[in-house]
Structure formats: C-alpha cells, structure tokens
Design a protein around this ligand. Structure first.
Ligand code: FES
Length: 147
C-alpha cells in the first residue's frame, strides 16, 4: 500500500508498487487532466508536481511515493482562476490542447522557482513538447502570469 496526498486529499493506493503515478491519477483517482503522451519521460504531457517539484508522472512508480504530496492540474484552482491558467486563457495558448495541462504545471513550477523569468529561463525550463507549436504563446503567457 502507498499513501499519497493528491491535491490535499489523502489516498491509500492498493496497487502494485511499479504502477506509474500517471495511471494511478488517471485510472484510479479519475484525475484525467494529466495526459499520456509518450510514456517514456520525454514529452511532458504527464507533468505533475511531487512535493512541489515538476515530474513526469509516466516514469515514476507509485511505490516510490509513499507519503508524498502530489498536485495535478485539477489542484491548481477549482475554477481555473490560477494566475497561470488565467494567462493561458488571455494569451489563447492552446490549439489542440492535449499537452497544455503538463505545460501549465511546468510553468507553475518555473514561476515558483523564478518569479520573473527571462526568455532564456523559460526556454530552459519548458522542455515539454507541443505538436501544435504553441511555444511563443506559452512564453507570452508565462510573462503575463509573472506580472
Ligand atoms: Fe510522460 Fe510523455 S507521457 S513524458
């Protein structure tokens, strides 16, 4: 059994220790805002926070997370009013939208570490992949959220 706090709620996870966190979130807790893209830690669609740090949840076995605090995109704000979400809407960032919850979680983590990031800071931190190519709007939204 693994005990996790997810978006402030405690859960006892009765699954094999090698099940990736992504599938615990999506299939067992119903938190489908976190997306599956590559499954090998490269695209960032599955980004969530573990103990405040951005991680790629497809590569982390749940058994390694006993006692951890997990935050998903659903945990940012009940009405999408988190400053990063508001900036995403204002800058009309998403096209297809699939990668955007991971992008937003990566951006929130960046702004927690670096409240006023430069373009270079953003480019270094935002390694998530967007097949629609929304990178310029991601950058603009992060600058807007930083104000
Ligand atoms: Fe996890 Fe791509 S699905 S990094």
């Amino acid at each position: 059994m693994t005990t996790l706090s997810v978006n402030g709620r405690k859960h006892a996870i009765m699954l094999p220790a090698d099940v990736p966190l992504l599938w615990v979130l999506r299939d067992h807790l119903g938190l489908t805002g976190t997306k599956y893209g590559c499954g090998i830690g490269q695209c960032g669609a599955c980004t969530v926070h573990v103990n405040g740090e951005p991680v790629r949840s497809c590569t982390i076995p749940v058994g390694e997370l006993d006692g951890a605090a997990v935050r998903t995109v659903e945990g940012l704000s009940p009405d999408r009013s988190h400053p990063v979400q508001a900036a995403w809407i204002a800058e009309q960032v998403p096209q297809c939208g699939y990668c955007q919850s991971g992008m937003i979680m990566a951006a929130v983590a960046l702004l927690q570490r670096t409240p006023a990031p430069t373009d270079a800071d953003i480019d270094a931190a935002m390694t998530n992949i967007c097949r629609c190519g929304t990178y310029q709007r991601v950058r603009a939204a992060i600058h807007r959220a930083a104000k």
